[in-house]
Design a protein around this ligand. Structure first.
Ligand SMILES: [Zn+2]
Length: 90
């Protein structure tokens, strides 16, 4: 089984951040992001569901982010205490 297939299995069972997956597979965030660019095609007609990243200080939600990466700072309160987005397969 390829890493991509393993990621898909994990996303079917729970929701995970990209950081968690990178740690789990002992690889870089960049590699995981590459996998994520292909996953939507592989899981059709199911879809990737995203729980948006949020600021743990003021609760700001990063709703409109289309790019897969972790926001570094809250635009509202400038906190860097950000809970990353989590992904699962619906
Ligand atoms: Zn904030």
């Amino acid at each position: 089984m390829t890493r991509r297939q393993e990621i898909i299995e994990m996303l079917e069972m729970g929701e995970w951040s990209l950081e968690h997956l990178a740690n789990h597979f002992k690889t870089t965030l960049k590699e995981i992001i590459l996998d994520f660019e292909h996953i939507p095609k592989s899981i059709r007609p199911r879809r990737l569901k995203i729980t948006p990243a949020y600021c743990k200080k003021c609760g700001f939600l990063f709703r409109d982010r289309t790019r897969i990466n972790k926001p570094s700072k809250c635009p509202d309160c400038k906190s860097e205490w950000i809970e990353p987005a989590k992904y699962r397969i619906a």
